[in-house]
Design a protein around this ligand. Structure first.
Ligand SMILES: [Zn+2]
Length: 412
């Protein structure tokens, strides 16, 4: 049953712009979704970040930063994962460079909120001035495996240099009784324009953002999902937005050898990964295709808790006044305007623009169908300075890993 969400009223909004972080990667699907279908062993992941401007005060902040361009300078423990869980990776620019190139000075960014501390969200904080604080979720500061960071703590996935001379603020959701959609909520500007949501399960302190994009009784919101899950088919299709009998052809990749025209939904529903052969077509059209991975190499440190967070996310997805934006959803870059292409373009008018409908079924292109694999890999190999990088020459010596290292470093 859908639980309608009761959103607190407010007349304040934030302006939201989306940045293409330029990170492109492929990862082993088994660590992220289940069950994995033959022909979909790898997930294609792009990465977006958000520039948020508090309109009443003019304060600017970032929600996530993507991957730093020189990703080989992340903590040593992460280097071991390159080529294993992470099967290919390319990053052309730092988000900080994208901001400056487009007229946003870094000293105007008062906060960088990390949805979580994994390498593909934290960027390179050392490029920001000390006046920019880092905001993290509950448990970050007290987690024994994190601070003070690498190299002082050799197996830490975060870098000491991120925190030097800057404020590190941890959100305490227990200090407020505010709840939105079943998540603990923190009113960031104390005026209802932007909330952080307590969304545990992927890693310590994972948070989503909830940005009010238009005000009034029927306010609209963007839910900035971070890595609450990594693939939108964890929440699609669903009873509010079932898979249509015919998939609109404009949502399918333009390759006539791949899709019949018109394209019946049975091409996908006949192979619904969650349902047995006796499930009805209606059920197949209304049940999300995936759950979060419970594999031994799962990217979720607590898969049942992560699934519970995703189940609540489904209520946001089913609300017509909320657009869910997962950090790694490729459809966002395909259909929504980016700060990179047009620094003035904002997402606030998303409902009138019909973007919730436009992005809804793009993920189907990723799935195998009719015995053919899904979309091609978005990047192959590892790239450095825009060139393919032969890592075999520089490969680090393999060493034994503790279980903590595996759990921490295998995730993104
Ligand atoms: Zn991620």
């Amino acid at each position: 049953m859908s639980r309608p969400i009761s959103f607190p009223p407010s007349s304040s909004t934030v302006r939201v712009r989306m940045i293409d972080t330029t990170a492109r990667m492929t990862v082993r699907a088994e660590s992220f979704v289940e069950p994995v279908q033959p022909g979909h062993e790898f997930l294609n992941l792009s990465a977006v970040a958000f520039l948020i401007e508090h309109e009443p005060t003019g304060r600017k902040m970032m929600f996530d930063l993507g991957v730093r361009k020189d990703y080989w300078n992340y903590a040593a423990i992460l280097q071991k994962r390159i080529g294993t869980v992470i099967s290919s990776l390319r990053v052309d620019k730092n988000v900080s460079d994208i901001l400056v190139e487009n007229g946003v000075e870094l000293d105007s960014i008062s906060s960088v909120i990390w949805s979580h501390y994994h390498w593909d969200h934290v960027g390179n904080m050392s490029l920001f001035p000390p006046s920019t604080e880092i905001v993290v979720g509950p448990g970050f500061k007290s987690a024994p495996q994190l601070l003070p960071g690498f190299p002082e703590k050799l197996d830490s996935p975060v870098l000491v240099s991120e925190f030097e001379s800057r404020q590190l603020r941890e959100i305490d959701f227990s200090a407020t009784s505010l709840e939105i959609g079943g998540y603990g909520a923190y009113d960031f500007f104390d005026d209802g324009s932007f909330y952080l949501l307590d969304t545990p399960g992927h890693c310590i302190g994972h948070m989503c953002g909830l940005a009010r994009t238009t005000s009034g009784d029927d306010s609209t919101f963007l839910l900035l999902g971070g890595d609450i899950c990594h693939f939108v088919a964890d929440i699609r299709p669903n009873p509010t937005y079932p898979l249509p009998d015919e998939i609109p052809s404009e949502m399918l990749d333009h390759d006539p050898t791949y899709f019949p025209r018109p394209c019946p939904c049975s091409l996908f529903t006949d192979h619904h990964p969650q349902l047995s052969s006796d499930a009805s077509l209606e059920e197949r059209q209304r049940t999300p295709f995936y759950k979060v991975s419970t594999h031994s190499a799962s990217a979720y440190i607590d898969p049942p808790t992560a699934q519970n967070s995703v189940d609540k996310l489904l209520d946001f997805e089913r609300s017509s006044n909320v657009l869910v934006c997962l950090a790694h959803d490729e459809a966002l870059l395909k259909y929504l305007p980016t700060f990179n292409r047009d620094p003035k373009s904002e997402l606030n008018d998303w409902r009138n623009q019909g973007w919730k409908e436009k992005v809804r079924w793009d993920w189907l292109n990723e799935l195998p169908r009719d015995g053919k694999p899904g979309r091609k890999l978005i990047v192959e190999g590892f790239w450095r300075d825009r060139k393919l990088w032969d890592r075999s020459k520089e490969k680090m010596e393999e060493k034994g890993e503790t279980e903590t290292e595996k759990a921490e470093a295998g995730s993104l």
